[in-house]
Design a binder for this molecule. Structure first.
Ligand SMILES: Nc1ncnc2c1ncn2[C@@H]1O[C@H](COP(=O)(O)OP(=O)(O)OP(=O)(O)O)[C@@H](O)[C@H]1O
Length: 629
């Protein structure tokens, strides 16, 4: 704990103090994005003045039952409203308050961009609140696909432009925008052609995979037959509608964001959607919502996605209450499969929670909402303060050393608790107190007693405070909690193959049969720890050592986290020492001899060794070291 963080015996005083401290941190690096008077679209385009979006308008007018901090999405009543947080520099324009189940997004990089000092706070009406801070332009860019030079915009009012990844950008994006990786961009937004209606004379029999490098075919614009239907839901940045193709009868979900030039909110919306488009267009896996295409209209950018009619896990929890363990097992396995695929591509979701996980009528899980997702390059830092507070990993809250794919594993553990209790983890705490608990305590969220030992063991593995101690998604797929389901085996083999088409050294991954026989061996020696350890080690040989697990730490800006003590920035591509505050809350800090210089040690331990509760709550240097891929 930082020296300036006093200990108080009274809980209320302590909370009050926490808020004050967080307030100072936030205020240093934040500025409330003020609402602006609505203006006509032409005004906006011609004069570059901001225009209020319908969503903002709703916020301005108080929305419907908005609190901005209900802890869950719409119509959720599980959490008490928090106290006003204006002192934190967080103002919910609805009169609601700071952190709910909403996502937080700020950035910690240093830089001099004017934008960088801004925190935009966007109420989600009665959903929750997002805090966003544009990235600095000096951050390294992740690899992107080449873009073509500009091409003229299609004429006529009301016409829609459907373009592709290497297609021209919309003239309205000629200003500076933030690119898909969160860095300032030159305004280019990537969108993709809509699929031709299945069954139409010129269409493929099924929806094609998204094209990432095709030339413009304007005939596709005319062939776009998707009609916008009823509202499915609202997100922070736009609305999601049902789409219907009257020629094929097929449905899709249309995520729509209003395009308003020079408006900070719109920039954020577009940035987020652009990020989602770029990432989703490269993904194709059964547990990840499929991207179909995107289209730029006169006033809106629409993203066409696989329609998942069952709604989110969060919504199901609200309607039907906590899930039984078999359902949790089944959903967890599928979430893991999606994560294994995603992580195999060095991509971190960063906002895993019930509200972002959709369920189709057959119980198939689809990870959605990739607005926070990020591709991790070898030396890129992950220092942004992004995610949804209650599901946020300690290293994200503290944000001292950068973080990695393991943040999704922590959030998965939280989501399992959410499924088991129908409440968010740490739900008994208000937002700031929850963040304090996550970042500066030794605790993990409460695990319900009624869960099986396998479930408890699984959750504890996910909720290890030391990120490198958390197993990977692929490793967790072998945990008895999810492994022993009848339908799991073959599906997981395929997923592993998808996620890891090649081993780390470039050689091929084993065939499904090889994998099966390996797994058979593992399960047949379930009771034999030594054998299992050996097999675990052999499993490590076939699962590539994902270099994204090597997290690298880069200098952190003081604005990285509201809980972060302003300390010296550290080093380069090596694991950094833990945040000093760990040692100040009764946890000893890393000694140099204990500090893991390499985080990719081959794991020869049994990954399913159940870490006792007390150990899972111990500081990093006391946790059993687990070499990870
Ligand atoms: N592919 C889809 N199929 C069916 N419904 C969807 C789909 N995508 C989103 N929805 C619905 O629309 C709602 C809003 O989705 P969206 O991804 O925009 O925001 P969110 O995840 O709720 O919030 P945020 O983006 O702010 O984190 C979801 O809660 C869900 O009910």
């Amino acid at each position: 704990m930082p020296g300036w963080w006093p200990k108080r015996s009274s809980k209320s005083k302590e909370l009050q103090k926490q808020e004050e401290i967080l307030s100072k941190s936030f205020e240093k690096s934040s500025r409330i994005v003020k609402e602006t008077r609505p203006r006509s679209f032409d005004d906006v385009l011609n004069k570059g003045s901001p225009r209020i979006s319908p969503r903002e308008n709703k916020i301005k007018n108080g929305g419907s039952g908005s609190s901005g901090f209900s802890g869950f999405d719409s119509d959720h009543k599980a959490l008490p409203l928090p106290r006003p947080m204006s002192s934190l520099g967080i103002v919910d324009q609805t009169g609601g308050l700071g952190f709910g189940s909403g996502s937080i997004s700020s950035v910690s990089s240093s830089g001099s961009s004017e934008d960088q000092t801004q925190f935009g706070i966007f109420s989600r009406g009665h959903d929750d609140t997002k805090i966003m801070q544009p990235r600095s332009p000096i951050q390294p860019r992740s690899p992107r696909q080449p873009r073509s030079p500009r091409q003229p915009r299609s004429p006529g009012p009301g016409s829609r432009v459907t373009t592709t990844t290497n297609s021209p950008r919309h003239p309205r994006f000629s200003g500076t925008y933030l690119d898909c990786t969160g860095k300032l961009d030159d305004g280019k937004i990537e969108w993709h052609p809509l699929p031709l209606p299945p069954g139409s004379p010129t269409s493929p029999p099924t929806l094609p995979k998204p094209k990432t490098s095709v030339t413009i075919d304007h005939s596709q614009c005319q062939l776009s037959k998707w009609k916008k239907g009823k509202l499915l839901g609202r997100g922070t940045f736009g609305h999601v509608y049902l789409g219907f193709n009257s020629e094929s009868g097929q449905m899709c979900a249309i995520k729509e964001v209003r395009v308003v030039a020079d408006d900070q909110t719109s920039k954020e919306c577009l940035k987020q959607l652009n990020q989602e488009i770029t990432l989703l267009s490269q993904l194709s896996q059964r547990n990840i919502v499929q991207y179909y295409g995107s289209e730029l209209g006169e006033e809106t950018l629409s993203v066409y996605l696989e329609y998942v009619s069952g709604g989110s896990i969060h919504k199901l929890l609200q309607e039907y209450g906590a899930f039984g363990e078999p359902v949790i097992q089944n959903y967890t396995r599928q979430i893991l499969s999606g994560l294994a695929y995603l992580h195999g591509r060095n991509t971190v979701h960063r906002d895993i929670k019930g509200a972002n996980i959709l369920v189709d009528p057959n119980g198939e899980i689809k990870l959605a909402d990739f607005g926070m997702a990020k591709h991790i390059t070898n030396c890129s830092s992950m220092l942004s303060f992004k995610g949804s507070p209650y599901w946020m990993a300690p290293e994200v809250v503290m944000n001292s050393n950068g973080y990695n794919l393991a943040v999704d594993i922590w959030s998965l553990g939280c989501t399992i608790l959410e499924m088991a209790t129908s409440k968010p983890p740490w739900g008994q705490y208000e937002g700031v107190a929850a963040i304090f608990k996550i970042g500066n305590s030794k605790e993990i969220p409460e695990i319900p007693d009624h869960l099986s030992n396998d479930a408890k063991s699984f959750i504890r593995l996910c909720l290890q405070r030391e990120p490198s101690a958390r197993p990977t998604a692929s490793q967790l797929l072998e945990h008895p909690f999810v492994r022993d389901q009848a339908t799991t085996r073959v599906a997981n083999v395929n997923i592993t193959k998808e996620a890891f088409p090649h081993t780390f050294d470039g050689s091929r991954t084993p065939t499904a049969q090889e994998m099966r026989s390996n797994r058979t061996n593992i399960s047949s020696f379930d009771g034999d720890r030594a054998t299992k350890s050996r097999l675990t080690a052999s499993r490590d040989l076939i699962i590539p050592r994902n270099n994204a697990r090597n997290i690298i730490s880069l200098p952190v800006s003081p604005s990285s986290s509201p809980l972060r003590h302003y300390g010296p920035a550290y080093q380069s591509c090596f694991m950094s020492p833990p945040h000093p505050s760990f040692s100040l809350v009764g946890q000893s800090s890393y000694g140099s001899s204990e500090f893991p210089l390499k985080s990719n040690t081959i794991n020869l331990l049994d990954p399913w060794f159940e870490i006792p509760q007390s150990k899972s709550q111990t500081p990093p240097n006391r946790s059993p070291r687990r070499g990870l891929i």
